[in-house]
Write a new protein. Structure first.
Lengths: 112, 115
C-alpha cells in the first residue's frame, strides 16, 4: 500500500549546520509531495511542495526535489537556526482515500 | 485571508462523556478533513467532507462522527470517550475548485484530554 518512510529522529544539529531529512515514498503513480512542519504546541504548517517529477519546492531556506527515479523527496537547508526546531512531516495525497498519507515525522533540535 | 480555525483549543473530558469539536475552513474552501495525532500512531485520517457529504472515512469506530454545514464549517463528535481518544485533533481544508485534491491547510488543532 501507499506509505512514506522518514528518517528516525531526533536530529540534533548546531546552529548554521547543514540539514538533510530523508523521505521516500511508495505510491501509485506520481502524486504531489509535501513537507509540513509542526512547531511545539501548534498544528501543521505547509512548508513546501512539488507537484511533478524534478520539481523543486522551496520556502524559508528549505528545499526539496521530487526524484521520481528514487521515489524520494529529501528536505534540505543550508544553515539551520534555533527557530527551525520542530517536527517535520513528509506527505502525499492518497487519492483513493482523499487523505494525506504522512510519514512518522522527524524531530529536529537545533542548539545555539 | 484568515486561516483554518478550530475551537476549542483545549478540552478536558472524562471517560464516557461525549465531545464536539468545531472547524472553520479557509474562506472559499469546500473540502474539510479531520486527522487524529497521537504519539503512538502518528497522524491518522478520520474523515473528509465536501459540500456537506462525507466522501471518505478512515479506520475509526462509529463513536467518531462528523458533519459539514452549508457554509463549509465542520464539526466532529466523539461519543463515549475512552482514554485512548486523548489526542490532538487536526482539521484541514482545501479548495478543490476543479475536483482535484488540492493542498491541504491545517488549523492549530484541538487538544483533547480524556481522564
Amino acid at each position: 500500500g501507499d506509505s512514506v518512510t522518514q528518517m528516525e529522529g531526533p536530529v540534533t544539529l548546531s546552529e548554521e549546520a547543514f540539514l538533510t531529512i530523508n523521505c521516500t515514498y511508495t505510491a501509485t503513480g506520481y502524486p504531489s509531495l509535501f513537507w509540513y512542519v509542526q512547531y511545539p504546541g501548534e498544528g501543521l504548517q505547509l512548508l513546501l511542495k512539488a507537484t511533478k517529477a524534478d520539481d523543486k519546492g522551496s520556502n524559508k531556506g528549505f528545499e526539496a526535489t521530487y526524484r521520481k527515479e528514487t521515489t524520494s523527496f529529501h528536505l534540505e537547508k543550508g544553515s539551520v537556526q534555533v527557530s527551525d526546531s520542530a517536527v517535520y512531516f513528509c506527505a502525499f495525497p492518497d487519492t483513493g482515500r482523499r487523505a494525506l498519507t504522512f510519514g512518522s515525522g522527524t524531530r529536529l533540535q537545533v542548539q545555539p | 485571508k484568515a486561516g483554518v480555525t478550530q475551537t476549542p483549543r483545549y478540552l478536558i473530558k472524562t471517560r464516557g462523556q461525549q465531545v464536539t469539536l468545531s472547524c472553520s475552513p479557509i474562506s472559499g474552501h469546500r473540502s474539510v478533513s479531520w486527522y487524529q495525532q497521537t504519539p503512538g500512531q502518528g497522524l491518522q485520517f478520520l474523515f473528509e467532507y465536501f459540500s456537506e457529504t462525507q466522501r471518505n472515512k478512515g479506520n475509526f469506530p462509529g463513536r467518531f462522527s462528523g458533519r459539514q454545514f452549508s457554509n463549509s464549517r465542520s464539526e466532529m463528535n466523539v461519543s463515549t470517550l475512552e482514554l485512548g481518544d486523548s489526542a490532538l485533533y487536526l482539521c484541514a481544508s482545501s479548495l478543490e475548485a476543479s475536483g482535484i485534491k488540492d493542498t491541504q491547510y491545517f488549523g492549530p488543532g484541538t487538544r483533547l484530554t480524556v481522564l
